[in-house]
Design a protein around this ligand. Structure first.
Ligand SMILES: Cc1cc2nc3c(=O)[nH]c(=O)nc-3n(C[C@H](O)[C@H](O)[C@H](O)COP(=O)(O)OP(=O)(O)OC[C@H]3O[C@@H](n4cnc5c(N)ncnc54)[C@H](O)[C@@H]3O)c2cc1C
Length: 413
């Protein structure tokens, strides 16, 4: 790879790796820097949405991807105050991408890197942390002309921050996100499936807890929503109380919660929701969580990161070929992606405050006396609407979660 590339990307997550692939597919020279030695990090979100399957299809990668050991999901059920409701039916989407896939994120990223390695201009540098920007000029008008990784300099026509929600490179660009206060965190842990498991269930919601059970074949990737900052207090009250919280809202888990034998099995993942006002400057743009950290609500963050990559690639390829990308083009990418991101973040905030937030007020998880005796987690009129409007809601939710607002496409060859 020559010292000056068309594009250099900080971060080998879904946004960075997919962008690298898309640009290399156009014959451009691109380097992705990933600070870790591998992609093996658990609980990073493992959902591949129908819209991502469509993009993989447009790239001619769909069938090969689906040969990996993935779990296919057709519907999402939730058990709300003891009543099972099917809230999302992906089968109502146009075929063939009428289902969602759970695939470990490292499998997806390794797959994309393997496919990218077949393209001459694609390079991924593992164990390489982007540490700073290279600037041409001084002050706010200085043009970004590449990345530093320690002593090493990687110059490029376009520099992209795709280094996630704690983005160091976004900070180096002087861009600061607006934080939208979040009231919740999520605990993740593995559970074996109980004997005679129930139908695939995304979540159990009750007045004392919100428990997630993502179906991963032989096991559940399980989650519990807690009040932000409440993990230490929860630990202090002991595992027995935590286990009984889980079974209180999801009695079906009673035979298996004993497998949580120590707190080290329970991982705290801090939830953030934020967004940059301006995603770009001369020669530079932030995408994915670096531009807008998504919460786990709806499991859409990976999808949104990939959609950013597709939207960016579609607009910058001609200018990259010509050797210069104007900031106007980068602003157009932000304008294109902002409405879907903003709408989804509003919904995520609403769910944090109105549903998840209510669950974590419960006596058992947080030890407060705020339990609302006799009242459900979802207000009765809303519950009635959910029950009676299921068929229509299933369709709307499938489109909204599965395809998103304004889905992006890749030109087929
Ligand atoms: C608890 C929780 C659960 C979630 N569950 C889901 C889910 O089920 N489905 C879903 O779609 N989304 C989920 N999300 C959101 C999702 O994880 C993110 O929105 C998505 O991963 C963003 O992708 P990204 O490529 O922008 O960033 P990331 O996935 O964060 O990738 C950034 C990459 O950059 C690397 N990196 C960081 N700094 C540097 C540096 N300086 N130099 C080089 N490399 C660097 C990191 O190691 C990482 O590999 C969840 C989020 C949380 C908090």
């Amino acid at each position: 790879m020559p010292e000056t590339r068309d594009c250099v990307i900080a971060g080998g997550g879904p946004a960075g790796v997919v962008l690298g692939y898309l640009l290399a597919r156009e014959g451009l020279r691109v380097t992705v820097l990933e600070k870790h030695a591998d992609f093996l990090r658990d609980f990073r979100g493992d959902t591949i949405h129908p819209s991502t399957l469509t993009i993989l299809g447009e790239l001619g990668l769909r069938e090969r991807f689906l040969e990996l050991p993935v779990d296919r999901v057709d519907t999402f059920d939730a058990v709300i105050d003891g009543e099972r409701l099917t809230l999302v039916d992906f089968g109502t989407l146009p075929p063939p991408d009428d289902f969602l896939v759970f695939a470990p994120q490292w499998d997806f990223l390794n797959f994309m890197v393997r496919e990218g390695a077949k393209l001459p201009g694609f390079e991924v540098l593992m164990s390489t942390e982007a540490t700073d920007l290279i600037l041409d000029g001084t002050g706010e008008d200085a043009r970004v002309v590449g990345l530093r990784a320690g002593d090493r300099q990687l110059r490029a026509t376009l520099t992209v921050a795709a280094d996630g929600r704690d983005s160091r490179i976004r900070d180096a660009a002087g861009l600061v996100p607006d934080e939208f206060g979040v009231a919740i965190d999520v605990l993740w842990f593995d559970l074996p499936k109980p004997p005679n498991p129930p139908p695939v269930t995304l979540a159990y919601l009750g007045e004392s807890a919100l428990v997630l059970t993502l179906d991963r074949g032989e096991r559940y990737q399980a989650g519990a929503v807690i009040r932000k900052g409440g993990f230490e207090a929860l630990r202090a009250r002991g595992l027995e109380e935590f286990r009984s919280t889980l079974t209180g809202v999801a009695p079906v888990l009673a035979p298996v919660v004993g497998s949580i034998a120590e707190w080290s099995q329970v991982k705290l993942l801090s939830v953030q929701l934020n967004r940059l006002r301006r995603w770009h400057r001369e020669g530079f743009i932030a995408i994915g969580d670096a531009a807008h950290a998504m919460s786990p609500v709806g499991g859409v963050g990976i999808n949104y990161a990939i959609q950013d990559a597709v939207a960016l690639a579609a607009r910058v390829v001609p200018e990259l070929r010509a050797g210069s990308v104007s900031e106007r083009t980068l602003a157009a990418v932000q304008r294109r992606r902002l409405p879907p991101v903003r709408s989804m973040q509003r919904i995520q905030k609403f769910v944090h405050e109105r549903i998840a937030g209510r669950a974590v007020q419960g006596r058992t998880v947080q030890g407060s006396a705020a339990r609302d005796e006799g009242r459900g987690i979802v207000p009765a009129p809303v519950h009635a609407i959910l029950r009676h409007a299921q068929p229509i809601l299933q369709r709307i939710a499938a489109r909204f979660i599965g395809l998103g607002i304004r889905p992006e496409h890749v030109a087929r060859r």
